[in-house]
Design a protein around this ligand. Structure first.
Ligand code: PLP
Length: 386
């Protein structure tokens, strides 16, 4: 008998939780708004208290994430940082060492740099462009940690050589796939062991919730949940339900994010007021070929660009926008624009930012799912004010 065909991401996003209502039961999984559950005779202990996991609302969304990622198990937590922190705590102990990409979300980097050392866990950062991963590993290394695409320059880090190194040395390969989503890329197919998401972004998709997700081997997810029980960044049932509602339309939203982002990137690339555009779908992007291999579901919804004239010009451009909101975060249905010099890279000197490829005038756009012509109209008008 042949192997069962894998279901597609649109189907998994809707049915991946395994919810099969019997006659008379609701098609939409209910919100079980209860902090505690009947029992306490030593059976089914996990389901007794919502900090441990809420059945079925939270546990069902965890299963759905696992299906979407093609992993054994999954869990959802109260925030992306909750998922990241609990995973790193679950995978390390005093004396352990981590090798991490230097291109990381700021709070993750600070957690590795400032918080984990207080628990006796140290990190060596590797510039993914230089790629000295092997040299950075030690006897005490337990895991390799990276993001792709990266924020805000949208670089693509190839997981395959990292997976090979991890396998040779018996390490876990952990990836934050917030920008990729399980629709654009399935990291597990490229050797990643554990996948993390800020579900606040594309998975939720409507800028109305804070949540995190993790998928990986059953024993790892069990340990993440054990950490969640101690530290408490559990998700409440309302938010888990809202996240599930968002995930149902993930695949169709991503199609539109990708189509709009490609159109916006082409428009900006041809505009006189723009110095350069970074979009993995553009042939000019340094990692375009790699992106085409890895991002099999599309090049994503994030576009970064540099406005000619530096920071003042970027400020004028952003003030002139009428449709696109100026705000941090990403992945929602509405387009959002921000300048990393005021957000993720605010604490870094202009010279160092320049070295990182983020000169003043650099703008990051999370392209929403509005009508393409309206987005381009807004950008065109605002660029006319620069
Ligand atoms: N990872 C990435 C790549 C992010 O962009 C963010 C938030 O911006 C996080 C993790 C943290 O997620 P949360 O804000 O849901 O805690």
């Amino acid at each position: 008998m042949g192997r069962r065909r894998r279901r597609g991401p649109s189907t998994d996003a809707i049915h991946g939780d395994g919810h099969r209502p019997s006659p008379g039961e609701p098609i939409v999984p209910p919100i079980v708004q209860s902090s505690t559950f009947a029992g306490g005779f030593g059976r089914n202990e996990e389901l007794l208290y919502t900090r441990y996991g809420n059945n079925p609302t939270q546990t069902a969304v965890g299963r759905k994430i696992a299906e979407l990622e093609g992993m054994e198990a999954g869990a959802v937590l109260g925030s992306g940082m909750g998922a990241i922190a609990m995973t790193l705590l679950a995978l390390t102990t005093r004396g352990d060492h981590i090798v991490a990409s230097s291109h990381l979300y700021g709070a993750t980097r600070r957690f590795l740099e400032e918080e984990l050392p207080r628990r006796g866990v140290t990190t060596t950062f590797v510039d993914p462009e230089r790629g000295a991963w092997r040299r950075a590993t030690r006897k005490s290394t337990r895991l390799i940690y990276f993001e792709t695409p990266t924020n805000p320059t949208l670089q693509i880090v190839d997981p395959r050589p990292l997976a090979q190194l991890a396998q040779e040395r018996g390490l876990m390969l952990v990836m934050d796939a917030t920008f990729a989503t399980p629709v654009l890329m399935r990291p597990g197919e490229f050797g990643v062991d554990v996948v993390l998401h800020s579900a606040t972004k594309y998975l939720g998709g409507h800028s109305d919730l804070i949540a995190g997700a993790v998928a990986g081997p059953t024993d790892v997810i069990g340990e993440v949940i054990a950490m969640m029980r101690y530290y408490g960044p559990s998700i409440d049932p309302q938010t888990a339900w809202l996240l599930d509602r968002g995930i149902r339309t993930l695949a169709v939203r991503m199609e539109r994010h990708v189509a709009n982002a490609a159109a916006v990137a082409d428009f900006l690339d041809a505009h006189d007021a723009i110095d350069s555009v970074l979009y993995p779908g553009l042939a000019s992007h340094p990692d375009h070929a790699l992106a085409a291999e890895l991002l099999t579901g599309g090049f994503g919804g994030m576009v970064s660009f540099v406005v000619k004239g530096g920071g003042d010009a970027a400020d004028r451009f952003m003030r002139a926008l009428k449709l696109i909101h100026v705000a941090p975060s990403l992945g929602g249905v509405e387009s959002l624009v921000s300048q990393p010099r005021f957000t993720s890279h605010a604490g870094i000197s202009p010279a160092r930012r320049e070295e990182l490829g983020i000169p003043d005038g650099f703008v990051r756009l999370s392209v929403g799912i509005e009508d393409e012509a309206d987005l381009i109209g807004d950008l065109e008008r605002a660029l006319g004010r620069v």
